[in-house]
Each structure stands twice: as structure tokens, then as C-alpha cells.
Design a protein around this ligand. Sequence first.
Ligand code: NAD
Ligand code: TYD
Length: 353
Amino acid sequence: MRLLVTGGLGFIGSNFVRHHLGSYPGDSIVNLDLCTYAGNPANLADLAPPAAGHSAAGAVRKENGIARRYRWIRGDIADPEAVDKAMAGCDAVVHFAAESHVDRSILEPGVFLRTNVIGTQVLLDAALKHRVRRFVHVSTDEVYGSVEKGLSREGDPLEPNSPYAASKAASDLLVRSYVVTFGLPAVITRASNNFGPFQFPEKALPLMITNWMESRPFPLYGDGLNVRDWVYVLDHVRGIELVLRKGRVGEAYNIGGTCSSTNRELVARVRDIMGIGPELVRPVPDRPGHDRRYALDCSKLKKLGFRHKYRFADALAKTVEWYGMHPEWWRPLKGRKGYQGYYKKQYRTLAKS
Ligand code: NAD
Ligand code: TYD
């Protein structure tokens, strides 16, 4: 099978590409990725070394078994011509590309609509034209909104609360409409908070771990009692693989983890692993519209045969170790002007909230 993966230079996409090529020796992958601030050729440097300055079009191939089956095309999912070229000859699409950070969506919603909604629509049109056999749309538990108690099921109403979640919910609904109206063989996955290697250090866990590695505080929003469900990225990837092969057209599948935790509890666990004192946890004003709790019912995925492979405590410890072993990966990202500019804006916004 030849797959088009979008957003394969990001956190989850790069973990998927490596896992897929390792698991399916007959498959090849074309990765369409614009390489925004969140995309990083270094995430797949073992398959294709970053082009000089990360600026040239990808398509760099290393001649070993896996690398020959992988190609990166630098392009925008909202550009119909780029998408058309990348999708030609592909049997299936796994769509990760998105603007993915809630805090950035509060600062700048427009780019979320362009990429997450228009970009998805452009991909859906191309998928019809190229008659792909399967389209997997990778979405999030955030589309259900905050659930005070109980678990979100796939048929629940979508009640997104941030511009990020609203743009993802809009794209989920577009996918549904292409199934019903045009018969596109699409499926949707909705995962909880992922963690693991190669996560951009703006999301809570990698920010916490890397800040503490630099003896800097982690900013804990509000009262720290917001609850998230945590899934190790490779379990998420395994869930997507299963849905790609066995999911029923037109259905959505929740992919949750094995640990539901308040942010305070998460902070305590990581402090424990790293031996960090309380002085490196800095309470800051809350994120506007901060969802209190996400929680997923994953029985539908389990009926497809899904079982978690990774224990939360082990995966968390392994993740901390990975960031410790790879400062050359995250230090340059945190040193960028754009990264520091984002934090200046971000803390001004929180101070006003
Ligand atoms: P990420 O921000 O790490 O990566 C996004 C990737 O998409 C980057 O490589 C970026 O360059 C690329 N991209 C952005 N705009 C693009 C465009 N216009 N054209 C082409 N490529 C573009 O994201 P992630 O955390 O890996 O998330 C991947 C997907 O999974 C997203 O759709 C996200 O909504 C979903 N998801 C994420 C989580 C999570 O915890 N991170 C949880 C559930 C669902
Ligand atoms: P995040 O990783 O941004 O994921 P999401 O908001 O999509 O769930 O945040 C996870 C939780 O951590 C969320 O409740 C917000 C909180 N958080 C902080 O307390 N401080 C931070 O600096 C960040 C980025 C998040």
C-alpha cells in the first residue's frame, strides 16, 4: 500500500511514519508537510537527513530498506495543486497535519481555520478525485468539549470550546459530510492528550520536562485541577493503524490512554521522576476557556481488537529519559526567536485573563 501522510514531520505524524514503515515492509509513504514551526525534519532524520537549513524541498532519500520507502514533499494541505501531486498514486491517506496548540489558537485563530478546516476540505476533494480506498482523519477528544463527569462516546454532540477544538470539530463534520454525500471511504479517530518523544516543547509535558532540565519553572495554569487523559504516542499510532485497516467507513473511534490525571498530579509524578522541588512549579493565571476535563469511552476501539501496549508509568519515565538524552533535539527549538516571541505574547495574554 502507498500512503499519503500529512503532517508527518510533526510529533504524532513522525511517530506514525516510523512505526508504519517498520511494521509494513511492503508499504511506502509520501509525507506532505509544510514544515511550519511545529514541523521538524529532525523528527525523521533517521529516514531522511534534514536538508541544509531545512529550507529545500524534501525528497531526500537514504538508501536503506526503510528510507527508500519514504519521501517528504514540502507543501501546504490548503494548496490544491500541491495536494493533487502528492496524492497521485496513493491508496490511502492518514491526515495529521494541523495547527495543534490550544494556546496559539487563542492568540491567532485564523491560521487554525485555514489549515484545519480548508486544508481538510482540499484533501477530501483530492481523495475523491484520486479514488483513495481509505481516508483516516486524525482528530481529538477536545471536539466533545469539557465533560464534567462520565465519558465521551463517539455519538455525543460536539461542543468545542477553543478555536483549536472548534476547527477540529468543523473538520470532523466535513469528513462526515463527504462520507454521506460523496461516498468517500473515510473514518475519524479522536485521541486524548498524547505524550512521548518528538513533541514540540510548547505542550504541557515536554515544556515541563525541558524547563526543569534547564532549572526553569513550569507555568501551571489556574488551580491545576483540570483533568486530562494521557495516551502514549505509540499506543495512539497503534490505534490509528487498527482503524486504518479495520475501521468501518463513516465511523469515529475514540483512542484514549490509561491515565486520567489532574495537572497537579501530573506535575507531582514528573517532579518525582526528575527529583524536582516545588519551587519550579509556578502558578499562573488560567487559560481563557480552559476545559475542565476530558475523558473518553474507548469500548468501540476495543471491539475492533485494540489493547494498550504501554503502561503509563513506564512510558512517562521513558519519555523523561528521552528528553534527557536528546537536548540537541529540543534546545535549538526553544532557542528560536519565534518560540521566545510566542511566550512573550502568551504570558501577556494570561496576565490579562
Ligand atoms: P504537531 O503540531 O506536532 O504537528 C503538526 C504538523 O503539521 C507539523 O509537522 C506541521 O509542519 C504540519 N502542518 C501544519 N500546517 C500545515 C499545512 N498547512 N500543510 C501541511 N502541513 C502542515 O501536531 P501533533 O501533536 O503531531 O498532532 C497531529 C494531529 O493529531 C493533529 O491533527 C492534532 O489535532 C491531532 N491530535 C493531537 C493530539 C496531541 O495530544 N498532540 C491529541 C489528539 C489529536
Ligand atoms: P496542553 O499540552 O496544551 O494540551 P491541551 O490543552 O490540548 O489539553 O495542556 C495540557 C494541560 O496542561 C491543560 O490542562 C493545560 C495545562 N497547561 C499548563 O498548566 N501550563 C502550560 O504551560 C501548558 C502548555 C498547559
